[in-house]
Design a protein around this ligand. Structure first.
Ligand code: DAT
Ligand code: MG
Length: 150
């Protein structure tokens, strides 16, 4: 089923020069970029994005971290894209993340885990709406898609 998911490269990945590595994984998998923008996330938006974690012990450090520098905010589209992207990210704690995943290959701590991805169709809808206007989501055909989908 064709899906769209919200993916965000976090400030640690941007500072460490890992943007290209991470993007190339999504691109090579065959996912289609629908929206991309570099953004220093305002605190209020960060708090709304991570609203489900409000009150938890790691909430304040999480907001500090995510607002500490630029993030690359994106929407990727593809067959079962939400789960596919979550798999490519790896488990929340990089120590539990499998090799071959972004977190398993490139990170060591939960509080510096490089990337965010929506965890369900409901969060994908909510997060895409939070970060993008309709006119920023680009619908287009790719000739390569006949080599991606049967
Ligand atoms: P994910 O980013 O894998 O969807 P999540 O939604 O449970 O994970 O948490 C959001 C972010 O909050 C996560 O990427 C890092 C931080 N976080 C989660 N659990 C944490 C914990 N136990 N200690 C410190 N930071 C945590
Ligand atoms: Mg999450």
């Amino acid at each position: 089923m064709m899906e769209r998911t919200y993916v965000m490269i976090k400030p640690d990945a941007m500072q460490r020069g890992l943007m290209g590595d991470i993007l190339s994984r999504f691109e090579a998998r065959g996912l289609k970029p629908v929206a991309v923008k570099l953004m220093r996330i305002p605190r209020e938006l960060a708090e709304r994005h991570y609203g489900e974690h409000k009150g938890k012990s790691f909430f304040d450090p999480l907001i500090e971290y995510i607002t500490s520098g630029p993030c690359l905010c994106m929407v990727w589209e593809g067959d079962n894209a939400i789960q596919a992207c979550r798999q490519m990210m790896g488990k929340t704690n990089p120590q539990d993340a499998a090799p071959g995943t972004v977190r398993g290959d490139l990170a060591l701590q939960t509080g510096r885990n490089l990337i965010h991805g929506s965890d369900s169709p409901e969060s994908a809808r909510r997060e895409i709406e939070l970060f993008f206007n309709d006119y920023e989501l680009v619908t287009y055909e790719r000739t390569m898609d006949i080599w991606m989908y049967e």
